[in-house]
Design a protein around this ligand. Sequence first.
Ligand SMILES: C[S@@+](CC[C@H](N)C(=O)[O-])C[C@H]1O[C@@H](n2cnc3c(N)ncnc32)[C@H](O)[C@@H]1O
Length: 189
Amino acid sequence: MRDKDKTHKRRKERMPNLGFKLMSITFKIHDILFPPNFNKRMSTFNIKKGYTVIDYGCGPGRYLNYISDVVGENGRVYAVDIHELAIKAVKAKIKKHNLKNVIPVLANRYSCDLNDNISDLIYVLDTFHMIEEPTSFLKELHRLLKKDGTLIIDDGHQPRNKTKEKILQSKVWKIVDESKDHLKFIPVE
Ligand SMILES: C[S@@+](CC[C@H](N)C(=O)[O-])C[C@H]1O[C@@H](n2cnc3c(N)ncnc32)[C@H](O)[C@@H]1O
């Protein structure tokens, strides 16, 4: 696809700048009023020191300080998003908190410039409901994850059966665990 077409498609898919800004402010206010317990939320992800993790659909990067600390200096966190404002926010966060192991990556619809099998774990939070072509999206995640890696997805704003249906349709993921908060998958093949 030509660069111009790619840019057009990304623009169509991503939310408007104002929408992104409002979402970021809403997250900020929410996190002040109800401070999130990342440790509780993410302890079941089993992220280990030295892991390479992808926060896919990272938005303004609410989880990055916590995950950066969990993987430690020998680990790496790729913060991937389709929106330029997300990448800008992540860059500001890296600078402010000196997050040396966090790398922002701008996605183009359903692909990003990361190598195959690069990641031990990918998490996709509050994002999957926004994806217009779930199978293309899920195949890209499959490309990025190591063969013995784990994918974690939450429902976002859709019912659990819808999440499962989309994921099973892709035929590249197998469910290994599920809780109220999220589902865990391993790659098929
Ligand atoms: C509601 S926000 C959630 C942000 C973050 N995961 C959180 O829970 O705080 C959803 C994010 O997914 C991103 N997104 C939507 N479609 C995407 C795609 N195809 N590839 C990468 N990111 C995408 C949006 O730009 C947005 O930043």
